[in-house]
Ligand binder design. Structure first.
Ligand SMILES: NC(=O)c1ccc[n+]([C@@H]2O[C@H](COP(=O)([O-])OP(=O)(O)OC[C@H]3O[C@@H](n4cnc5c(N)ncnc54)[C@H](OP(=O)(O)O)[C@@H]3O)[C@@H](O)[C@H]2O)c1
Length: 268
């Protein structure tokens, strides 16, 4: 038997245990995936704890995607470039950090919306681990302008400066989350990505009629933001698609199997 899991605070709303355990059961793999709520002060012992209980792999959720970086043995370029880890893979006795949030999001966007990211202007709301992973993957695919709007401006500036070093061809802007900045950003954005851990009410009326609204927060049924976007007759992308695509990438890393993301959507 192999043991995998997710750590964060809180973790009880994560759909990941349901997704992975039902998948393992379906294919007859005797693996288990558990959710652990963890205090920040214990993260420095992460690798020792993983060895102690023989954990084979781990997902990291809010608010620890950036915090865990220094405690891992090695970082994949996806984690180094974004400055955030959402997946840990065990190779022998070494624990390697990856970021599959960004590729998961972009793969979902490509599959569901057939969008070409080259040349696009994108407003990302949030500057936490998920926002960083997504912004890096958007830049890697040629996004022209990426605006990071965050409540804590320092965090947006720090994120934009890190990402600019790895993706200098993209124009990076860091803005505080004010109505004035939202208006400035939304009037030029092709795509809006909401990546905070709160259900924010955003002034969608300032987006152009062809703009796409992506909410990476997910629930069974539409989030309040996606409901509002539909009212404005805007195109939308549900965060459940990102969840399924990043789960498919994680399973490839953990099991070497190619699993179609459509088979990993949680049951409604
Ligand atoms: N669909 C998926 O597959 C998927 C994948 C990853 C994450 N997610 C979801 O994405 C969300 C963010 O995850 P994360 O790992 O990036 O979290 P995180 O690192 O803790 O970052 C949280 C972000 O939310 C902002 N925020 C929190 N409360 C806020 C509020 N009341 N008003 C404005 N901004 C607020 C924070 O702003 P400050 O910096 O100002 O505090 C920060 O930018 C979570 O809900 C998570 O479940 C979904």
């Amino acid at each position: 038997m192999k043991l995998l899991g997710i750590i964060g605070k809180p973790v009880e709303n994560s759909f990941s245990p349901e997704i992975y355990n039902s998948f393992f059961k379906r294919i007859g793999l005797p693996w288990r995936y558990l959710a652990f709520q963890v205090e920040k002060k214990y993260l420095k012992n992460l690798v020792v704890c993983m060895k102690l209980v023989d954990l084979y792999g781990l997902n990291i959720t809010a608010p620890y995607k950036e915090t865990v970086l220094p405690f891992l043995d090695r970082l994949d370029p996806s984690a180094r470039e974004s400055g955030a880890v959402n997946t840990i893979v065990r190779r022998g006795n070494r624990f390697i950090g990856f970021n599959t949030d960004g590729d998961g999001f972009c793969n979902a966007l490509k599959e569901q919306k057939k969008i070409v990211l080259k040349g696009k202007t994108i407003a990302v709301i949030g500057a936490g681990g998920a926002a960083r992973g997504i912004a890096a993957a958007l830049a890697k695919r040629g996004a022209k302008n990426i605006q990071l709007l965050n409540r804590n401006l320092y965090k947006a500036k720090k994120g934009a400066a890190h990402l600019k070093k790895h993706f200098p061809k993209t124009r990076w802007t860091a803005l505080a989350l004010t109505l004035k900045n939202l208006k400035k950003s939304f009037t030029t954005a092709d795509i809006l990505v909401h990546a905070t851990s709160a259900d924010l009410k955003l002034p969608l009326q300032w987006l152009g009629p062809k703009a796409l609204v992506c909410d990476i927060r997910y629930q069974k049924g539409l989030t309040p933001l996606l409901k509002a976007a539909k009212k404005e007759k805007l195109s939308t992308l549900d965060g459940l698609w990102m969840l399924a695509h990043q789960a498919s990438l994680n399973l490839k890393l953990w099991t070497q199997k190619n699993i179609p993301p459509g088979k990993l959507l949680p049951s409604s």
